[in-house]
Design a protein around this ligand. Sequence first.
Ligand SMILES: Nc1ncnc2c1ncn2[C@@H]1O[C@H](COP(=O)(O)OP(=O)(O)OP(=O)(O)O)[C@@H](O)[C@H]1O
Length: 636
Amino acid sequence: MAKHQFQTEVGQLLQLMTHSLYSNKEIFIRELVSNSSDAIDKLNYLRLTDDNLKADYADWKGEINITFDEADKSLTIIDNGVGMNEEDLIASIGTIAKSGTKSFVEALTGDAKKDSNLIGQFGVGFYSVFMVASSVDVISKKAGEETAYKWTSTGTGEFDLAPCTKESNGTVIYIKLKDEEASEFASKYRIKNIVGKYSNHIAYPIFLNYKEEVTETLSEEDKKAGKEAVKSIEDKREKINEATALWMQPKAKLKDEDYNDFYKSISHDSSEPMLTIHTKTEGVNEYTTLFYIPKIAPMDMYRADFQSGVKLYVKRVFITDSEKELLPTYLRFVRGIIDSEDLPLNVSREILQENRILANIKQSSVKKILSEIKKLSKDEEKYAEFIAQYIRPLKEGVYQDHMNKEAILDLLRYKSTKAETGKLTSLEDYKHRADTEQKAIFYIVGENEKILRSSPLLESYNKNNIEVLILDDKEIDEIITPTMGAYKDWEFKDITACEPPKVEQSEEAKKEVEEKFQDITKKIKDKLGDAVKDVKVTNRLSESPSCVVKDVADAQMAQMMQMMRAMGQEMPQSAPILEINPEHEIVKKLNGCADESTIEDVSWILLDQAKLSEGMEITDTVAFAKRLSRITAKAL
Ligand SMILES: Nc1ncnc2c1ncn2[C@@H]1O[C@H](COP(=O)(O)OP(=O)(O)OP(=O)(O)O)[C@@H](O)[C@H]1O
């Protein structure tokens, strides 16, 4: 027998499981039954596609058996699925391979109570068994192989692995229950209740096997003759789930509860879904889809190795759950099932991506999901919850999915200078509030809402009663927004890179101001050197003395540069244009100033304070502070 150490993270996880305070321990049955069902799914697929297995498994039918023994304080879950060989056992239950569990381990805080609650949010698969088990044996034989293996562990540090005998393929999980859990889980009623709750619509039959004391039924004659009824122990076998593919049942027959239970069984989520979308399509292509949107975004949504939440079936036969392109990646939070009547069963996973039928299913599924989200948006409160979870992937969608861009734009919500505090606006509402001649949707991007809202650049928009969207998720908005183009012919315009709204000023008056300030703008430019691209007088400001804006040409480059930076490349920052307010006292006085050192100090202060009030960093804070002191001293 060989001893193996658990991977460190598994050790951590097991430590938590064995000392778990989690109140919902029953989910270990759901997790193990779901693994058994996956294993049967896999064999079901292989026997139809793998020539080596076709003959031997022609009459095979998948099933799951559960047995319990009160006296032995044990529970056993048996499947006749694909099984595991030695390598599989080491790789699957000894290490943490799947990203969901990885995120779980990463999210652990060290506080036992908080961590225990996390189990409900993640579902940690096989390892959850150690919440109730003092030891576990996994006896497994892989379909098509000769040797079976026995994996044994008490959930502390290491496991044993050794060859053993087992007649047929599949997996037996023998769970020796902790003393305090035995009375609860080695119980017919409890198991029936748990399976009914979480695994009713697992597509394979689940049988409960147990021994029961039965009393002989006596005939009237025997009773009269005073015969005693004989008591005997009988083996009982009872099917305890529906064993039907829920998604194939007519909608009218299904209750919310059925949908929700099924969701929980496929998602490991203990809350109810936010949205359920069940569609049966007939016609050129025939298929059924059942999609769910979770209330809380899946933990691995922002991981590159996120797990696909959608399973593909062909005529009820499971094909894959690792194909990430069944839906576009921006909808990676969707959970559910696609079951096609037309795809060939032996469709290889490699060619799935180029399959036309699947492409059609994908296209209509996306349309359907987006239209259901649109319906949800009519309920302001619920939609706010949706937006709080999924606005980021939706924004990715604008960038990824040109065909549905307009529909996705309709779903986006933004903070804005005109939306009530704490509320968001749709683009449609923005348009509705604006002057029909405006034909542009103005926005400003940054990291901090408060700074954005007090940006000097907003002054002229506020003065002209023009609404500006406040985009404070810089990381994504800065990349996505410039690519959005237009919404219903209204162009998106970054206010840091476009002309300010028209103000009543004749060309002559403008020229006059420019001439009047020509010398000083040139001087400021000389003092600031490469720190600015240009210095101009502006009429966009009312209260502030200065602001910085991007050159329109640079704005297009900026997006590219931002992307490169996001990919870890060093990119130089392009210098901004400094605009000064000729109506402001500082600028007026500076125009008449002859002292070169004062002009230099004030030039830098005009630049640095503009940057600060627009939420940018300044290059030299010490120099800024010194200049301020010098100027203040002079002013006193
Ligand atoms: N009864 C079983 N038969 C065959 N393989 C199994 C069985 N139980 C577990 N495994 C293998 O062990 C792996 C780990 O199982 P675990 O429950 O921890 O996570 P998972 O099932 O992969 O993830 P999820 O629970 O999110 O579906 C499975 O992916 C599978 O390869």
